[in-house]
Design a binder for this molecule. Structure first.
Ligand SMILES: *Cc1c(COP(=O)(O)O)cnc(C)c1O
Ligand SMILES: [Zn+2]
Length: 405
């Protein structure tokens, strides 16, 4: 198939993830009337007829290579800083340390999302959300953030010429705050956690006139995150791993990848079995892990949440039911890791494989160690860990955890 000269997005509408009601793409949306997140739907039959995997292979290695499966309608509105196309690294030395009970170690891979603009996978979501915001004529965006979402929004808003207001917990690492301010964003520090910041965004909507781009309260960050799944499949020549271990906060990564696999199956580009998903949370804030093991459909809010893996300090998530659904549909699991385990895993990754990860990324290696000890990896031949961000903005947290000073 030749590269289509005029591409188009094959997005059709937004569907509610709970009541299935359809909403048009032509207007900005937050949640459905019923309170659930919206999800972009595509004409995949038409997309598959206009594009194939060989055509895709010739495109530049970035997020926009998947533009047919993204909601942005015109090239003129694509706001890019070069997001996507991150490395998938082999971790042979760590793999050899895993005692799985199988005769040989599994293939262990790390998708290193710290290579994205602003040093985290939040760039994928914000690239698409900000592009759509500009396309829909929005001028001022606001977000609650534990750090990386703020950095990404600040950078992409600056790039697009939009205003950004960011609410962060007062104890957020200062580098995140300074980074956002360097991009011209208005930063408000809140005495509380990310859901308290979210309440501020919601409360100011009418008076300040900003548009809320909170995790999954806006449909397009999910589409950007979805490219994690497309990219992983493509990098592995459309042979997905047995297990994906993912650090989970608000859930866009986990839910986005699961959506990607569903779309790729419908396109006929991948075959079952699909990977099992493992959600990793910090023991100091593990609402999804607790709900998963209790067999619950929704997660109870977590009290006194604490962890230096700031992206995992999410005590309540609007899309809890979608995370739990993805974990169950994938026959996956959920694991909580302690602060000491995260620190030890971070040190081991840095010393053994040369990757100094974010605490959230380090948590995935800690979780894999637990799964191995529980005998859950015997049949897993190929495993992918996600390092969702770099270490640098967490300088204080790492200094304390590793005693570097
Ligand atoms: C936001 C964040 C997470 C959690 O991601 P979700 O998609 O919201 O679950 C994990 N790691 C890092 C580094 C983050 O910034
Ligand atoms: Zn609904």
């Amino acid at each position: 198939m030749r590269e289509p000269s005029a591409w188009r997005s094959f997005a059709v509408d937004l569907g509610c993830t709970r009541c299935d009601r359809s909403w048009p793409l032509s207007r900005p949306h937050n949640l459905c009337e019923c309170g659930a997140p919206l999800s972009t739907r595509y004409d995949l039959a038409a997309a598959g007829a206009s594009l194939d995997r060989e055509t895709l292979a010739a495109r530049p290695a970035d997020l926009w290579r998947y533009r047919e499966f993204l909601p942005v309608q015109s090239v003129a509105h694509q706001v890019t800083l070069g997001e996507g196309g991150t490395p998938l690294l082999e971790l042979p030395r760590l793999a050899a340390r895993l005692e799985t009970g199988a005769p040989s170690p599994p293939q262990l891979l790390l998708k290193d999302e710290s290579f994205n603009p602003t040093n985290s996978f939040k760039a994928r979501g914000m690239a698409v959300a900000v592009s759509r915001a500009r396309e829909l004529g929005l001028e001022h965006l606001a977000v609650p953030s534990a750090g990386n979402a703020g950095s990404a929004l600040a950078a992409y808003a600056a790039r697009a010429g939009l205003r950004a207001t960011i609410f962060m917990p007062r104890d957020t690492e200062t580098l995140f705050v300074e980074e956002c301010r360097a991009h011209g964003a208005q930063v408000e520090l809140v005495d509380g956690l990310i859901h308290d910041c979210g309440a501020k965004v919601a409360a100011g909507k009418k008076s300040a006139g900003w548009f809320d781009v909170s995790t999954l309260k806006e449909p397009y960050r999910l589409e950007g995150k979805k490219t994690l799944g497309y990219e992983l499949a493509e990098q592995l020549d459309w042979q997905l791993p047995d297990l994906i271990v993912y650090p989970t906060g608000g859930g866009t990564g986990l839910i986005g990848m699961w959506k990607a696999f569903a779309e790729l199956r419908e396109l006929g580009w991948i075959e079952p079995p699909l990977p099992r998903l493992c959600s990793v949370q910090a023991a100091g804030c593990a609402p999804i892990v607790r709900a998963f093991h209790a067999g619950a459909l929704r997660a109870e809010p977590w009290e006194n949440a604490h962890t230096f893996a700031l992206g995992l300090r999410v005590p309540v998530a609007v899309a809890d039911f979608l995370m739990l659904r993805a974990l169950r549909e994938s026959a996956g699991t959920a694991v909580a890791v302690s602060e000491a385990e995260i620190a030890a895993a971070g040190r081991e990754l840095a010393l053994t494989e040369g990757v100094f990860a974010s605490p959230e990324g380090a948590a995935t290696w800690a979780a894999l160690r637990q799964l191995a000890a529980a005998g859950a990896l015997r049949e897993r031949r190929r495993i992918v860990l996600f390092n969702t961000g770099g270490w640098t903005r967490y300088a204080e947290g790492w200094r304390r955890a590793l005693g570097l000073a």
